[in-house]
Design a protein around this ligand. Structure first.
Ligand SMILES: NC(=O)C1=CN([C@@H]2O[C@H](COP(=O)(O)OP(=O)(O)OC[C@H]3O[C@@H](n4cnc5c(N)ncnc54)[C@H](OP(=O)(O)O)[C@@H]3O)[C@@H](O)[C@H]2O)C=CC1
Ligand SMILES: CC(=O)N[C@@H](CCC(=O)OP(=O)(O)O)C(=O)O
Length: 346
């Protein structure tokens, strides 16, 4: 029997990416796509590139029907996702939430970093952080998946082996990251207007970004230590793609450092080791995280660099990896194929 899924926020960038990937799934019946703006319009009318897909004629609904699907993808802003996830879970359905509504166990981070009070502490405690490389076993049995943010995905994958094996000798980790503009969603913003963003690059929120508590929460859970993140995000004038460059002190030599990472990730289907710093071009459209591990022997700092697609491993294809784990489909299914078609050179 087909697994019934619904996408709330199907007209946004991550929602569209979910549709692109779900189009491959033979096991799935798409019962609803939700957008308030496009209510009543067919998918192919709003997004003509879906014309040749099996979803071309499905029409947008304004409100989700909480009885019709087995699994709901929430690709909407954080605050409305808090309430909607609660209502869906009350109907004994499953939620894969792409927003930050259930990502951070530290309850107090919500008013400080997101500007709203979180009403469901007990659900926050139950939510499973959907980074399969770290929480695979818990994800399989979860009802509520908090799909990670794009910067936290790239950064935590650069840190996980080092945190797990306790080789970090600093109480602060320095992270510099770059994101394509689609990370900011589909809404119009002056800074991302073509004349201002094209041929430009700039840092933003250099001392206080809302992904800091999400990263520190996971770092604390993995290492058991109170390690801080010194995080500076930057905008790149591209649509998609993200780089995270992570620096931390370690006593390990270069050979052992690289060996530790390779050993930890040896069975991970979506982690690809690179011998040179990874490039966003080669992960676009994929669920891969390309990784480069090195040691600056002059300073004793490890330098780990990851590249992902912010809409892929940083959002929608990662949500599908979580979906595969929840429903018991082979974890790599459809997602490996996805990346093969992403090789576009030059
Ligand atoms: N873009 C990225 O790289 C990443 C985004 N995310 C998260 O995923 C979620 C979606 O992001 P993204 O696709 O970029 O966002 P977009 O701005 O591109 O799309 C937002 C979607 O949500 C709907 N929406 C907006 N406001 C509301 C509301 N109040 N209630 C219900 N639906 C609403 C919109 O449709 P309509 O207004 O028509 O209803 C639209 O479909 C966000 O929580 C974001 O933080 C996570 C990781 C990466
Ligand atoms: C370029 C850009 O603006 N990026 C977003 C992050 C996108 C993301 O990961 O979304 P969540 O809000 O779901 O965590 C930002 O910095 O806020």
């Amino acid at each position: 029997m087909a697994i019934k899924v619904s996408i709330v926020g199907a007209s946004g960038y991550t929602g569209i990416e979910l549709l692109r990937i779900l189009n491959l799934y033979k096991e799935v019946e798409l019962v609803q796509i939700i957008s308030r703006e496009f209510e009543g319009k067919a998918l192919k009318e709003v997004f003509p590139f879906f014309i040749s897909t099996k979803f071309s004629d499905i029409k947008f609904d304004k409100e989700p029907d909480l009885d019709s699907a087995d699994i709901y993808f929430l690709a909407i802003p954080h605050e409305p996702a808090v309430e909607l996830a609660k209502k869906i879970l009350d109907k004994n359905k499953k939620v894969i939430d792409l927003s930050a509504a259930y990502r951070i166990k530290n309850f107090n981070a919500y008013p400080e970093f997101y500007g709203f009070e979180h009403s469901y502490k007990e659900l926050l405690d139950k939510a499973v952080y959907g980074l399969p490389e770290i929480h695979r076993d818990k994800i399989k049995n979860a009802n509520l998946i908090a799909n990670p943010g794009c910067y936290p995905t790239a950064t935590l994958l650069a840190l996980y082996p080092a945190l797990k094996e306790n080789i970090i000798d600093s109480d602060t980790i320095i992270v510099n990251a770059l994101s394509g503009i689609s990370g900011a969603g589909r809404g119009l913003k002056q800074k991302f207007h073509y004349p201002e963003a094209f041929s430009n690059s700039f840092a933003y929120n250099p001392t206080k970004h809302r992904h800091i508590p999400e990263m520190e929460d996971q770092i604390n859970q993995i290492s058991g230590k109170d390690i801080k993140v010194r995080f500076t995000p930057h905008i790149l004038p591209v649509s998609r793609g993200m780089i995270s460059t992570v620096n931390f002190k370690t006593n390990l030599n270069k050979k052992d450092l690289i060996e530790l990472y390779r050993l930890e990730y040896r069975y991970e289907p979506f982690i690809r080791f690179q011998k040179t710093p990874p490039e966003i071009k080669y992960v676009i459209g994929s669920n891969y995280c390309d990784i480069y591990v090195d040691l600056d022997e002059r300073t004793g700092y490890a330098v780990v660099i990851t590249a992902i697609d912010n809409l892929g491993k940083g959002a929608s294809s990662q949500a599908m990896q979580n979906f595969n784990l929840i429903v018991g489909i082979e974890e790599e299914k459809y997602l490996k194929n996805l990346s093969e078609i992403s090789i576009i050179y030059p």
